[in-house]
Design a binder for this molecule. Sequence first.
Ligand SMILES: [Fe+2]
Ligand SMILES: [Fe+2]
Ligand SMILES: [Fe+2]
Ligand SMILES: [Fe+2]
Length: 405
Amino acid sequence: MKFNLNNFLSGVSLALDFVEIDFLGATSNHARRVAYISQRLAEQFGLNEDEQFDLFSYAMLHDNGLCEDVLQTGIPDQVPEDRHAQLERYTLHCDIGEKNVAAYPFLTGQRNIIRYHHEKFDGSGFFGLTGTEIPQMAQIIALADTVDNLFHFETRDPENRVIITDYIVNNRGKAFAPALVDAFLGVSSHTSFWLDMQEPFIDHALARKAVVREIEISTEELFEITRIFARIIDSKSKFTCRHTSGLMEKAEIMADHYKFDREWKTQLLIAASLHDLGKLAIPTAILNKDSELTEKEFAVIKEHTYYTRAALSRIDGFENICNWAANHHEKLDVTGYPYGISAHELGFEERLMSCLDMYQALTEDRPYRPGMDHESAMEIMRKNVRSSKIDEMIVRDIDRVFKKT
Ligand SMILES: [Fe+2]
Ligand SMILES: [Fe+2]
Ligand SMILES: [Fe+2]
Ligand SMILES: [Fe+2]
């Protein structure tokens, strides 16, 4: 299949914004602005199109390790005043981020760009690399990242631009290579550079400047690439991670039971792995709560499939995967969420995903109750069949298949 990497990266960057919605209380478009600044600097350095595309990918993905980092090191007190800079204060997200993108098809195959995206020219960065020891792309992202962490997109005050420019110039030969600072002064001398990064314009500005790449890949290779998403989701909550791997195991068994071909089965597995992607936007305290949820908390949880759709619908060729993943809480009697889709719009795979998600949820341990045995779970599933919420045939098949195992 043809796969547009730009759309994919757009979906991933939205997922990363979800993490920020949770940690910072607002979406910041950080990845997109860093990609835009990097792109403008790449043009100044005469990078070829493949290199420009790789730089765009690295920039969009540069903080993908942040979710796991912040969960391990704790959310800093100063957020949101210092915004992103506070979240990026530890080395860990550089190593995690580098590891997570191992399967991404970079065109020039450069390594360690994400690992070294906080290095400083004079050797005072996380890993102590100096000058040309730091890959050029990592140097570009480091400067772009600093600019964005100083940039307050919510204000159009030109004073903000002066503060940033002064900071960059004062760090010429310290944090940044002199040639890089000069290139920055070139692109940032135009008012349009700053206005492009304002909230309503950044998407369009980025689309106008970025090199577009479509690659030919198999569904199996696609599965590998989507593991980037899955790793970010898994790192958010151990509980969601266990739930997702349980669902994937069951989806595989049912795909074999229904004799799905390889392509169809892989798409179902990708959908299963990403179905709760939107939980990135749900506060961790609610996801990991060890008692039953209040009505208000449940209302918040119910938003997650909307966010799953928001990220996956950006990706061309993901139409099936998006529907199978994002409709798993819709019900045949239109009482599901978040859309209240009706039975005739819910295809077989969506019904299957919905039944399997329910079966997985009932049989797994929750912080506030142990998992049910097969028979008790089936009792509840059959009750849902009687009230016309889930598919009768599929529930019967689940009963037959999982009773044996
Ligand atoms: Fe970072
Ligand atoms: Fe960053
Ligand atoms: Fe869900
Ligand atoms: Fe789920």
